[in-house]
Design a protein around this ligand. Structure first.
Ligand SMILES: [Mg+2]
Length: 239
């Protein structure tokens, strides 16, 4: 099967292509990750997109490679196609929201606020006894937003994002643009925020691949980022 001509790849980064680390700043991409992504992007004529909770600038820094990226769960999208403008979604009252989150963080152990605009991440180890309190308080903030904000929890992080922005939207959005349009979407991810991506891929005739642990909506399971790299390597190599 000539997968590379007909498929579009949407790949989460942390825990999917690279191993998760206690804090996001410790994460590193190995030369193999860069090599496989570079070759996959070439083999798919550019239909390879990183879909991450990280901001695009952080994804670039971590990978040392410029690829199409849906950053902040799709609130920022960069296609690397001169025919399509980059997308950046904003929310009103961001500074006020950020101040509220900073206030919450001060009452929750070592929680650290990351302002990405429009999303806000509150980083804290799940092993920290204050994690549940952090989740509860951020959840209340989202609940009081009248449906404007969603609270999502992933590995050592609680995040606030605009409610209508999620990784499934990033897949649907990319499908409107070349070279992603008309291809079968394959979404690989490892965590709760990726579930929307799996479902969007499935709804468009593609499928999801969970990495590490089974995830709702993902049809396939691979044991680790290394196993995913092996599979992507084979696809890139067959081009
Ligand atoms: Mg992940």
């Amino acid at each position: 099967m000539d997968a590379t001509r007909h498929d579009a790849f949407f790949l989460d980064l942390d825990g999917t292509l690279i191993e998760t680390t206690p804090t996001p700043d410790e994460a590193r991409a190995t030369p193999r990750v860069r090599d496989v992504l570079f070759r996959l992007a070439r083999a798919t004529d550019g239909a390879t997109m990183i879909v991450s909770g990280r901001a695009i600038a952080k994804v670039d820094e971590l990978l040392g490679l410029r690829l199409p990226v849906a950053g902040q769960h799709g609130a920022e999208m960069r296609f690397l196609n001169p025919a399509f403008d980059d997308i950046r979604i904003g929310i009103s009252g961001y500074d006020r929201l950020l101040a509220r989150c900073a206030g919450i963080a001060r009452t929750c152990g070592d929680a650290r606020v990351e302002a990405k605009n429009p999303t806000i991440a509150l980083h804290l180890s799940r092993a920290d006894p204050a994690f549940d309190r952090l989740l509860q308080k951020v959840g209340r903030l989202a609940a009081a937003s009248h449906g404007r904000l969603a609270c999502i929890v992933a590995h050592n992080v609680v995040e606030l994002r605009p409610a209508d922005i999620h990784k499934g939207m990033a897949v649907a959005g990319a499908a409107m643009f070349g070279p992603f349009g008309g291809r079968r979407p394959i979404f690989a991810g490892n965590d709760t925020p990726d579930i929307d991506g799996f479902r969007a891929a499935e709804a468009r005739g593609g499928f999801g691949i969970a990495v590490g642990t089974p995830q709702p909506g993902a049809r396939h399971l691979l044991a680790s980022p290394d196993a995913l790299l092996d599979a992507l390597d084979a696809v890139a190599g067959s081009a």
